[in-house]
Write a protein that binds this ligand. Structure first.
Ligand code: 6PG
Length: 273
């Protein structure tokens, strides 16, 4: 039986406003993020007996993943109850230094000895990127397509241009059905191949409608160059891809320098670590 396509949980009513936690520096960010991610995983295990976690790529999450690994090892968490996915991937195989999966395996999954059958890889870097997106999208729909199976935790980064996952402003998404459409907040389905993201070559990404089904979304943001994009993402500016992703709960964990000179805005809580 074909699963029904993912529907937008926020269609019709706005998601709860995001909370922002400002950390002194990138080390404090990793500590705060590590605590929040571990408590979110714990809550999911208590509430649903399992946790589905979508990991971010890039550089910023590295130290956070190492701390989460330490916490999971110390907590003797039933690893078979955790399922690991990747929000996006570069068109390289997992042994390549630019692989997001490779980074997450180095910094977290190998350190906790996550069972291989709990790690859901894009298997990128060989064959055809659009077919690869189709296969991953189907697996994600099977495992997390029903509301009761929604992702428990989605970790995302932020680019200075406002991109998140591989949802780049102005890029073209190649959908598994063959359509080529501009990357947008209404990008349908679970996964797509993305082209035209500047010099980055082909990318694979989970799509906004699916990502918005996540129970808890956590953005990790470090670096002064991110301040304008972070302001736009937090204020919900519609041309900024990171503003398209909100969950049942949404957190921005940002370093002070990434916040720039941000003043507390209406309704948006800013907590200082
Ligand atoms: C990737 C990421 C991407 C990343 C941002 C921020 O594949 O690069 O998934 O969305 O999160 O580009 O990257 P940094 O953390 O390295 O600044």
């Amino acid at each position: 039986m074909r699963e029904a396509p993912t529907t937008d949980p926020h269609a019709g009513f706005p998601p709860p406003l995001p909370q922002t936690l400002v950390a002194e520096d990138s080390h404090a960010l990793a500590e705060e993020a590590g605590r929040l991610l571990l408590s979110t995983i714990d809550e999911a295990l208590t509430a649903r007996g399992r946790a589905r976690i979508i990991l971010a790529g890039g550089e910023t999450p590295r130290e956070t993943y190492a701390l989460v690994g330490e916490g999971l090892r110390a907590g003797s968490i039933p690893l078979e109850k955790l399922a690991w996915f990747f929000g996006d991937e570069r068109w390289v195989n997992r042994t390549h230094p630019r692989s997001n999966e490779g980074m997450a395996r180095d910094m977290l999954l190998r350190r906790i000895e996550a069972p291989e059958n709990t790690i859901h890889s894009w298997d990128a870097g060989w064959g055809n990127p659009v077919e690869c997106a189709g296969l991953y999208g189907r697996r994600v729909r099977e495992l997390m397509g029903r509301p009761e199976d929604a992702p428990d935790l989605l970790i995302l980064g932020l680019g200075a241009d406002g991109h998140t996952a591989s949802l780049f402003p102005g890029a073209t998404a190649h959908l598994p059905g063959g359509a080529r459409v501009p990357v947008s907040p209404a990008l349908p389905g679970e996964a797509a191949a993305v082209e035209g993201a500047a010099e980055r070559g082909w990318r694979l990404t989970l799509c906004p409608v699916f990502l918005r089904t996540s129970r808890c979304v956590v953005f990790l943001v470090a670096g002064a160059d991110k301040a304008p994009a972070l302001r736009r993402a937090r204020s919900g500016e519609s041309a900024t891809p990171a503003a398209w992703i909100r969950g049942a709960a949404t957190w921005f964990i940002a370093t002070r320098e990434a916040m720039g000179s941000e003043e507390p805005g209406y309704g948006r809580e800013i907590l200082h670590a």
